[in-house]
Structure formats: structure tokens, C-alpha cells
Write a protein that binds this ligand. Structure first.
Ligand code: 3HC
Length: 713
């Protein structure tokens, strides 16, 4: 077995124990077992007077090994607490020296030691809640004893990291060090402890300072957290903090163990753990070696000073990359720059960034009316109006202006990236970069790989996404890529349900009750009915709109009536301020459309029908996207929907949810709606992949893509 923990004896009776499990020193069961043995050996060594615990590499320990959290953790097989107890009960002082990050089980390990120091840049936190669990290695009981119950509740319920200065002020650590070598820093501190004659200081023996968290405040916290029915860890965390205040350590930790296991076994935690790994997998490019040389990106350009262009360029300014913003229209350019300035001012006013940082970002921005100023850019992203003719002309021009080796990207959300690549005359250098609005806030970036995109271009933009702090997912070329293509069937059924007699409010409520951030009617009103109608028009032009005359008829009619959505206070709803109010005119319009298209009206449509009709075809389309090789993995689709479309994290994304619902059930309901609605246009035909997995009993998560080829066509 690999050595994950080493022990070296140092002069002066100090034993050094080093954890080495790259990349983040996660605490696996094997590691904990070795750690226990090394500690026992060290403590038993003749002449040992103190122990130092540290970790090798770029960081201290960043938590339990999440891959092992699929197995139950019970009192009988708990690998964590026995090691923590062993350390805490040693009759010799144990010093923990942290650097990089100390997270989750890593911080819990540090808290079980008697003394703690940290490099000044260290960040510490208990982020378990983001995985739907709570600290399960004594963290809920030891942190209140070190930092006070109020600070502990805040840190554990939010999962927020704190810096070393804050940790020192809270009493979580005993000292800061500028020494970059954690082992040396730890040894120095251990010598100091021995010189001072300081004894072991078990954390469990410290009193809890409630920090003002009285019975009333705890009751309120329990009530608030208890309302969060989708996230069982929220209430469990408060219960554990309450136990830390009111019960002896051993009882508090016994409760922590039980609640940890209940949360770990929950669907929410399974979903959040799935998303944790899916996000990291999505950044990997199958078939492209990570050693492939990437192109340098030091200077970029964005065309179009509208909402998208502004949002996109701010990502680069934030990342310290100099950027040219080009718009041929002087007013649009001036307005764009003013809006960017305003956004930075507002961030400063809200204390999000310093004035100096804002000025530094703005100093990187060069506005221009002249396309020729894009000639020296390493990457140019067009963000002009979503119209094939307009975008084709811009891409053609970029092909002529950009320097050799520059990457050219389109921010189109639906259009044919291969056609735009051909227009540029440089398909190897071309790809899609689909940002989501507001582009400086939304973390998702769909990177669209054209048939001709060179692997190095894909690898360059994928790496750039990390620099921009985006979550990237690669999509092949098809109408709408991954996200908007799946959205199409969801919006199709929304309009059909309205014509059959459901109301916008009923549909939105059913979808929001399922956990999506916003129902489809409110979402379309916010995005703009004109934008949706324009997409339909482009689909018609491209010959990819179904021949069904009733297809998305409501949105088309709303647009004809001049109802553009929130922007003119009339859309699926009527708006008074931000309040969406049902409008009888829309109900009449839907009824008239139903008559026109021969759609039967019903008095009652259930919420479960709304859920199934909107979401099962969306899942079905996701399966087609996998079959066609548009997405590399099921997790990629889940990331697109959770990061870009408000799909609830606790459901893990549409395909993770499909496995939980059961593929045979989904298949059966598609067949049911095919019978009930008719299937003239193939709306209810199941994807082969869905049918095959339902028949074989294999979940979608086990789907393996054939190895992709990256030979440019
Ligand atoms: N367990 C297993 N693998 C982990 C891991 C963990 N705790 N933390 C990170 N990794 C893996 C990642 O999957 C990734 O693997 P890959 O290279 O094969 O894709 C690799 O380590 C590097 O991770 P990142 O790409 O995320 O590296 P970054 O430098 O961007 O981020 C980080 C580092 C901030 C530590 C981030 O990885 C992170 O947030 N990790 C999870 C921290 C966490 O939640 N800890 C609590 C775990 S639960 C726990 O401790 C329970 C306890 O209370 C009993």
C-alpha cells in the first residue's frame, strides 16, 4: 500500500507526521488508518515529547475523501473519530501546522490537535453543507469550543471559508506564521510549547462560549432551518450546535454521528456529491492530452456593447486580461462603457471589491468604434444580435481582420456554429462560447466545438474558462447546443398546456414547487417574448422548426400582440412593478388559439401532469443529446441545467433526477402522453438510449460515451 502518512523523528524529542495524498490530501479510510498507526508509533517512541502534524504539497487536508461517502458511516465503522480521539487524548502536546486550505475533515483533524498554527494565507472552512451533510468528525462540537457557538453556527451553516487572520481573532488557531514550509513552522511552534512547558490542551475539555446564541436565537435558527425541507443538513447543523452548548461533548458527538449519517444517506446529499464530481469532470476533454500546448491569451476583444457583450467583457477585466470593446454605433459603445463603469461602482459601493481593484479592472478596458482594433487580439468573441445574417457578416469580417493564430468565438445561443466557422474562413480557429445572461454573474459557459475546431483551440478556451472562474461544459454543434435544445420541448409543452386550459401561474407554481428557480412563463417574460419569437423565426429560416402549426403558438401570438414581456409590462402576465398578475386577455388568447388549432380544453390539469409534460420530454431530449455525441457525459447535461437554467441542485440535474424517478416510469409516462396527446410530430417518441437503459435496468449515470475523435472535419 502507498505511504500516505510518514513519520520522522527530529532532534529534541519532536516527531513529525506528514500527510501526503495529492492533490488535496483528502482523508481516505486507508489514510486515516495509517495516520492512526503513525501517531501511535510516534507517541510510543522513546524520548518523544511532542508531535507535529502537517501535510505535504500545495495544501493542508481539504476534507474526507468524498468518493468514499457513498458508503454508510456508522459508529461501528467510523474511521474518523477514533483517530481524532487518539490525537486529542495523547499525553504529549500535538501541534498542527496548516497551509493552503484546511477544509471539512481536514479542519476537524486540526481541531482535534492541541495547538494550531497556520501560514498567513491559509483559508479554513467546514463546507460539508454544500455536499448536503454536516461535519461528521467532531467539527460541530469542537468548533464551538474554539471559536464560540455563534461563529461556529455561521461557518458550518454557510460552509464559508475564513482567512487566517479571522481564524486567529476567533481563537480557532493560536498563531500565524510567515514560514512557507509548514513542517518547519510546526517544529518551531512545538519547540516553543516545550520551552514554555505548555501541556496538552484537549479541545473537548474547553467550555463553549455561546457568543450570544441564546435559547431564543437557537429556536429561531431551528425554525428557519426546519423550513428548508430539501436540505436536511440545515436543521441538523443547528441541532448539533445546540447540543454543543447544552450537552457534554460525548453526547453532542453521538448526535452529530447520527445526524451526519442521516444526511449522508439523503437524496439531497447524493445529488450534491454527484454535482461536485460532475463539475470537475465537465472540465476534462476526452481524447485531448492535458499536455497539449495551448495558445497564449493576453489580449482579447468583444464585439457588441449590448447586455451580453458588456457582461462577457467584465469576466476578462475581472481576470486581469486587457480587452477591447468594439461597437460600430457610438451611442451604444458609450452607453456600454457607462454601464460597465456603473457595475464596478456598485460593486465598490456594496463593499464587494476595493476601489483600487475596480480602477485596475477599468484601466484594462479599451472602447473602440473600429474593427481594425481587434487585429492584435488573441481571442475575439462576437456578441452581436442573434440573427444568422448579422452574425455571418461579422464572422466573415473577423476572419479577415484577426491576426494569424487568433481564436474567433461566437456567443450565439442557438445558431449553427459550423456555418459561422465557415463564414470566418478559419474553422480550425473557430468555436462557440455561449455565456449566460448576466454573463458577469452566471457561472456556466457552454463551449461549442465545431466540426473543424482544432483540439488546441478547444483546450485553450477550456483552460481560459477556469481563469474566468466559469464552469465549462463542451457541447457539439446542434440547434441550441445542450441547454437551449432541451429547453425547446419544455417550452413547447408550456404553450400546449396553456392552450389546453392551464394558467401561467399554475404552470409556474408546479415547476417552482419541483424546485426550479423560475417557472417557464416568468422566465420567458424576463428573457423577452421578442427574443423568444426571434428564435422561432430563425428556426423557421433554418428549416428546423416542426411543421406543427400549433408549435409554441402562444409565444408567437403574444409577440404579435406587442406583449414583449417584463420590458413593456405585458407578456404571459401583466406586470405591476415586479408583480406578475394573471391577465384575462392571455387566457382568452390561449382559448382562441386552442380553437384555431383544434386543441381540446380541460377544466383541470394536475400539477403532476405539468411536471411530467414539461420535464420528461426534456430528459428524453437529453438522452438524444448523449446518443448523438453532442454531450460527452450525463453529468455535463446536469451541470448545464443546474448552473445555467435554475434546475435545483438538490435534484442533481435532469438526468440524475431521471435515474431517481426510474427510467421505466419515464418511458411509461412518455407512452401515456403519446396516447393522450397523439404523436404526429414525434414529440413523445422515446430516445433509443432511454428505451435501452429502461429495458436493461442500467441507470443513465452508467452510460459511457464512445471515445470522441478530435480530427477536424
Ligand atoms: N475528496 C475527494 N476528492 C477531492 C476532494 C475530496 N474532499 N477535494 C478535491 N478532490 C479532487 C477533485 O475531485 C479533483 O479531482 P480530479 O483532478 O480527478 O478532477 C482534485 O481533487 C482537485 O480538485 P479541484 O479541481 O476542485 O481543485 P481546486 O484547486 O480548484 O479546488 C478545493 C480545491 C477547494 C479543495 C476543492 O477541491 C474542494 O472544494 N474540495 C472539497 C472540499 C470539501 O467539501 N471538503 C469536505 C469534504 S466532506 C468531509 O470532510 C466530511 C467530514 O466532515 C467527515
Amino acid at each position: 500500500m502507498r505511504d500516505l502518512v510518514t513519520l520522522s523523528h527530529i532532534e529534541g524529542g519532536i516527531a513529525l507526521i506528514t500527510i501526503a495524498n495529492p492533490p488535496v490530501n483528502a482523508l481516505s479510510r486507508e489514510l486515516l488508518e495509517q495516520l492512526g498507526r503513525r501517531i501511535e508509533e510516534a507517541a510510543a517512541a522513546p524520548g518523544c515529547r511532542a508531535l507535529v502534524l502537517c501535510a505535504a504539497g500545495r495544501t493542508f487536508v481539504c476534507g474526507a475523501d468524498i468518493t468514499q461517502l457513498d458508503q454508510p458511516i456508522t459508529a461501528a465503522n467510523d474511521a474518523f473519530n477514533p483517530v481524532m480521539d487518539l490525537i486529542e487524548s495523547l499525553p504529549k502536546p500535538v501541534v498542527c501546522a496548516m497551509h493552503g486550505m484546511a477544509l471539512g475533515g481536514g479542519l476537524e483533524l486540526a481541531m482535534a490537535c492541541h495547538y494550531r498554527i497556520a501560514h498567513a494565507q491559509t483559508r479554513m472552512g467546514l463546507p460539508e453543507v454544500t455536499l448536503g451533510i454536516l461535519p461528521g468528525a467532531g467539527g460541530t462540537q469542537r468548533l464551538p469550543r474554539l471559536a464560540g457557538a455563534k461563529a461556529a453556527l455561521d461557518m458550518i451553516s454557510t460552509g464559508r471559508m475564513i482567512d487566517a487572520d479571522t481564524a486567529l481573532a476567533l481563537g480557532l488557531i493560536d498563531g500565524l506564521t510567515a514560514q512557507s514550509d509548514a513542517a518547519q513552522a510546526g517544529l518551531e511552534h512545538a519547540r516553543h510549547i516545550l520551552e514554555q512547558g505548555l501541556p496538552p490542551r484537549p479541545t473537548r475539555g474547553l467550555a463553549v462560549d455561546s457568543g450570544g446564541l441564546d435559547a431564543e436565537a437557537l429556536k429561531q435558527a431551528l425554525d428557519t432551518a426546519g423550513r428548508n425541507t430539501t436540505h436536511p443538513a440545515a436543521r441538523a447543523i443547528v441541532e448539533c450546535i445546540q447540543a454543543a452548548i447544552t450537552l457534554p461533548f460525548s453526547q453532542g458527538r453521538e448526535l452529530e454521528g447520527r445526524l451526519f449519517e442521516a444526511c449522508r444517506a439523503s437524496d439531497t446529499s447524493a445529488a450534491l456529491r454527484h454535482l461536485f464530481f460532475a463539475e470537475r469532470e465537465a472540465a476534462k476533454l476526452p481524447g485531448i492530452p492535458s499536455s497539449l500546448q495551448r495558445r497564449p491569451i493576453h489580449h482579447i476583444g468583444v464585439i457588441g456593447a449590448g447586455t451580453m457583450g458588456r457582461g462577457i467583457i467584465m469576466n476578462f477585466l475581472d481576470a486581469g486580461i486587457s480587452s477591447v470593446l468594439v461597437d460600430a454605433n457610438r451611442d451604444a459603445l458609450e452607453n456600454g462603457v457607462a454601464q460597465i463603469r456603473k457595475t464596478y461602482e456598485s460593486r465598490v459601493a456594496r463593499g464587494r471589491i476595493s476601489a483600487a481593484r475596480s480602477e485596475a479592472a477599468l484601466a484594462l478596458l479599451a472602447p473602440s468604434l473600429d474593427y481594425a482594433d481587434l487585429g492584435q487580439c488573441d481571442l475575439v468573441i462576437e456578441a452581436v444580435f442573434e440573427d444568422m445574417d448579422v452574425k455571418t457578416a461579422v464572422c466573415r469580417q473577423l476572419g479577415m481582420i484577426c491576426k494569424p493564430g487568433a481564436i474567433i468565438a461566437s456567443n450565439t445561443s442557438t445558431l449553427d456554429v459550423d456555418a459561422l466557422a465557415r463564414a470566418s474562413g478559419r474553422p480550425g480557429d473557430f468555436l462557440g462560447m455561449h455565456f449566460f445572461s448576466p454573463a458577469h454573474v452566471m457561472r456556466l459557459l457552454e463551449i461549442v466545438r465545431g466540426r473543424g475546431t482544432l483540439p488546441e483551440v478547444l483546450a485553450t478556451v477550456n483552460a481560459l474558462a477556469k481563469t474566468l472562474r466559469k464552469v465549462s461544459v463542451i457541447s457539439g454543434v446542434c440547434y441550441g447546443f445542450i441547454g437551449n435544445r432541451m429547453l425547446e420541448s419544455y417550452l413547447r409543452e408550456t404553450d400546449f398546456l396553456l392552450m389546453e386550459g392551464a394558467t401561467p401561474r399554475q404552470i409556474d407554481q408546479a415547476i417552482e414547487e419541483a424546485g426550479l428557480a423560475m417557472g417557464p412563463c416568468r422566465m420567458l417574460d424576463m428573457a423577452g417574448i421578442d427574443v423568444a419569437a426571434k428564435v422561432l423565426l430563425e428556426q423557421g429560416k433554418a428549416g428546423i422548426r416542426p411543421s406543427d402549426p400549433a408549435y409554441r403558438a402562444v409565444v408567437g401570438r403574444l409577440f404579435e400582440r406587442g406583449r414583449l414581456g417584463q420590458k413593456n409590462h405585458l407578456g404571459y402576465y401583466r406586470y405591476e412593478g415586479r408583480d406578475a398578475i394573471e391577465d384575462p386577455e392571455v387566457a382568452m388568447l390561449c382559448e382562441a388559439l386552442a380553437r384555431q388549432h383544434g386543441i381540446a380544453r380541460r377544466d383541470h390539469i394536475s400539477n403532476s401532469e405539468i411536471f411530467e409534460r414539461c420535464l420528461f420530454p426534456l430528459i428524453n431530449e437529453g438522452c438524444r443529446i448523449l446518443e448523438e455525441g453532442i454531450a460527452y457525459r450525463t453529468g455535463d447535461i446536469d451541470i448545464v441545467w443546474t448552473k445555467g437554467y435554475g434546475f435545483p441542485d438538490h435534484r442533481g440535474g435532469p438526468l440524475f433526477m431521471a435515474d431517481r424517478i426510474g427510467l421505466p416510469t419515464i418511458l411509461e409516462r412518455l407512452a401515456h402522453y403519446s396516447r393522450a396527446q397523439g404523436n404526429e410530430h414525434g414529440y413523445w417518441t422515446p430516445a433509443d438510449l432511454l428505451a435501452a437503459h429502461a429495458a436493461s435496468g442500467r441507470p443513465l449515470s452508467q452510460w459511457q460515451a464512445p471515445a470522441p475523435t478530435h480530427e477536424p472535419a
